[in-house]
Design a protein around this ligand. Structure first.
Ligand SMILES: C/C(=C\Cc1cc(O)c2ccccc2c1O)CCC[C@H](C)CCC[C@H](C)CCCC(C)C
Ligand SMILES: C[S@@+](CC[C@H](N)C(=O)[O-])C[C@H]1O[C@@H](n2cnc3c(N)ncnc32)[C@H](O)[C@@H]1O
Length: 267
């Protein structure tokens, strides 16, 4: 397991109109723990979809765009490739992939949240570059992919695997649909072995993330972050998960002081 420290001063940008929507209408309160079901997670991501992008920019001071760029670079996606962004959400990594593969390539973004996919499609309409036209959005489950064996030249998964209930099955599906010799690049929070890192992550979520999310009646949804990180796999365990799914090699890189991590596995 290697460690890369990438701290760059970002410019915070807002997608859409730069304004966060007014407080979301409060509905049934959601309590989502790391033991939550797939349906509860689907509800969660549908519910946060309207503010997801802007809160990510605000709460990470724009850093998440750097981490996503790193994940896409590590995927090895090149001009003309056919690539998959799993758990694509509002499409951040899919858009970055389309810039790598260009108009001659093909990007598929898959997610089981219809609301997240609606945001992705609306963002795509606002973008003029020809490379963005090559993206298609599919509503589906990462544990049961609607694709043939050996279909893709690269796969990315940004902040998705931690949220998938059956991670073993998702990893096996990624192996199945990847071409031999191709890579999967999986970006997520890092479940650190360093108690100070874990303390800092929890402190930031409790004292920065959740208070801001509370302004949008999303406290429970963002509290889930902490539970999901504690229920996630360490870098070493992710490397083992990939190897057990059949990948020939797997390396987990810690980034941004160990707050985040990226698994790169080769089929
Ligand atoms: C893009 C990021 C998180 C995506 C994300 C993933 C999830 O599983 C969620 C679950 C429930 C609600 C929301 C999400 C979600 O947004 C990472 C950046 C955004 C984070 C919300 C901000 C986290 C702050 C870090 C703990 C500290 C950042 C330090 C940095 C050096 C400033
Ligand atoms: C935190 S978001 C990440 C979105 C995007 N990749 C990004 O980096 O911003 C996690 C996404 O995973 C999706 N997701 C969780 N479990 C899934 C599953 N089993 N199948 C498909 N999508 C899933 C959610 O709907 C959500 O859009």
């Amino acid at each position: 397991m290697a460690s890369l420290l990438g701290i760059v001063f970002p410019v915070v940008t807002f997608t859409g109109h730069g304004q966060l929507p007014a407080k979301l209408h409060s509905r049934r309160r959601l309590v989502v723990k790391s033991s939550s079901s797939s349906d509860e997670r689907q509800i969660l991501f549908n519910r946060i979809a309207p503010v997801y992008d802007n809160l990510n920019d605000l709460l990470s001071l724009g850093q998440h765009r750097i981490w996503k760029n790193m994940a896409v670079s590590w995927s090895g996606a090149r001009t003309g490739d056919k690539v998959l962004d799993l758990c694509c959400g509002s499409g951040d990594l899919a858009f970055l992939l389309s810039e790598k593969v260009g108009p001659s390539g093909k990007v598929t973004g898959l997610d089981f949240s219809s609301e997240q996919l609606a945001v992705a499609a609306s963002r795509q309409k606002l973008r003029g570059r020809s490379c963005y036209k090559c993206i298609e959005w599919i509503e589906g489950d990462a544990t049961d992919l609607p694709f043939d064996d050996c279909e893709f030249d690269a796969i990315t998964m940004g902040y998705g695997l931690r949220n998938v209930v059956d991670r073993d099955r998702a990893m096996r599906e990624m192996y199945r649909v990847l071409k031999p010799g191709s890579r999967v690049s999986i970006l997520d929070f890092n479940k650190s072995n360093q108690s100070m890192t874990t303390f800092m992550q929890d402190w930031m979520i409790d004292n920065l993330v959740v208070p801001v999310a509370t302004l949008y009646d999303l406290a429970k949804e963002y509290e889930y972050l902490k539970y999901s990180i504690s229920g996630y796999l360490t870098g070493e365990e992710l490397e083992t998960l990939a190897s057990e799914a059949g990948f020939s090699s797997a390396r987990h890189y810690e980034i941004s002081g160990g707050f985040m991590g990226n698994l790169v596995a080769v089929r």
